[in-house]
Design a protein around this ligand. Structure first.
Ligand SMILES: [Zn+2]
Ligand SMILES: [Zn+2]
Length: 270
C-alpha cells in the first residue's frame, strides 16, 4: 500500500504545529490550511482501499466530505474506527477464548469532517461583507481552539498502529439498467444490505441466502398501464417512480406519467 498520503499528512501536521507555535495570529490561517490538507490526505488514503470497487472518476472526488459519503455508500464502516484482534477458534464459528489485540485503526469520521473541514474553510478566504459586519472569519482564539482540536484528531489517526487493514468481503453484480459493476462490502454479522449503482442510481436490496451468498434484487414495482382497455404490466425501478417520470406502454403505445393527485376519503360515520 502506498504510504504517500500518510507521509504527506504527517508533514502537513508538522507545518501546522510550527504555525500554531509561532503565536502569530495570522499564521493560524496557514495552520488551518495545512490541517485541512492533512484531513484530505487521510480520507484519500482511505479511498485507496476502495480502488477496485469505485470508478476512477468517483475516486478522484476531491472534497473529503463527498468522497467519504461515496465510500459510505458501499461500506457503512468506511469511517469507523476498528480494533483488530485475532485468536484461534477451538470450534468452528465459536469465537476464540484468547484474543490478541493487533491494534486500533483510528479513522477520521464523517462527523469530524463536517465539524472541522468546513468550519476551518471559512477562514481561508477574505471575510464576506456580512462576515465583516459580524466580525466573523477573522483569525481569533476560536480558530486557534479549532486548530488545536483538529490537530489532536489528525495526530491520533496518524498514531494508529494498524492502518489500512483490509479484511474485506464483497458482493457485486452488473447493474441491470446500465451494466456498471455495483459492489457492496458486507460483514458476516449482517444479512441484509442496500446498494445503489454509482452511475445510474438504480437501487438494490441484498439478502444473504442459506448458502451464505448474497442475492441482489432491484428495487421497484410492477405497474399497470393506466389505459383501461390495456392494463399491460411493466416493472418500474424505484429510481423512476418520481413526479414527471413517464414510460411508453409497449402494448398500446400510450404514455403513462407520474403526476400529482388528490385522494378523497369520506368522513367516517358515527
Ligand atoms: Zn446502473
Ligand atoms: Zn397500454
Amino acid at each position: 500500500m502506498d504510504e504517500g498520503y500518510r507521509v504527506n499528512a504527517r508533514l502537513a501536521l508538522n507545518r501546522a504545529r510550527d504555525a500554531l507555535d509561532s503565536g502569530e495570529i495570522f499564521r493560524l490561517r496557514y495552520a488551518a490550511l495545512e490541517l485541512r490538507m492533512a484531513l484530505e490526505c487521510l480520507v484519500y488514503e482511505r479511498a485507496q482501499r476502495y480502488k477496485e470497487e469505485l470508478p476512477t472518476k468517483k475516486l478522484s472526488t476531491w472534497q473529503p466530505k463527498q468522497l467519504l459519503n461515496i465510500l459510505l455508500a458501499i461500506d457503512p464502516y468506511a469511517d469507523k474506527t476498528s480494533t483488530i484482534r485475532y485468536g484461534v477458534q477451538e470450534a468452528h464459528g465459536v469465537p476464540a477464548k484468547n484474543m490478541t489485540t493487533l491494534g486500533t485503526d483510528r479513522m477520521i469520521s464523517l462527523k469530524e469532517i463536517k465539524e472541522y473541514y468546513d468550519r476551518l474553510g471559512s477562514y481561508l478566504h477574505s471575510p464576506t461583507i456580512e462576515q465583516t459586519e459580524k466580525r466573523k472569519g477573522i483569525p481569533d482564539d476560536k480558530l486557534r481552539i479549532s486548530c488545536e482540536d483538529l490537530f489532536k484528531v489528525v495526530e491520533s489517526s496518524l498514531a494508529s498502529k494498524v492502518w489500512n487493514s483490509d479484511l474485506k468481503e464483497t458482493t457485486s453484480i452488473a447493474c441491470i439498467d446500465c451494466g456498471t459493476k455495483v459492489v457492496r462490502r458486507v460483514r458476516s454479522t449482517e444479512d441484509r444490505y442496500a446498494a445503489t449503482c454509482m452511475e445510474c442510481e438504480a437501487s438494490y436490496t441484498l439478502t444473504r441466502g442459506e448458502d451464505g451468498k448474497f442475492m441482489w434484487k432491484e428495487d421497484g414495482s410492477e405497474l399497470e398501464c393506466v389505459n383501461p382497455d390495456c392494463r399491460e404490466k411493466l416493472f418500474v425501478l424505484e429510481r423512476d417512480v418520481a413526479l414527471g417520470k413517464h414510460w411508453a406502454c409497449r402494448s398500446c403505445g400510450g404514455e403513462n406519467a407520474f403526476a400529482l393527485g388528490v385522494r378523497f376519503t369520506p368522513k367516517a360515520l358515527g
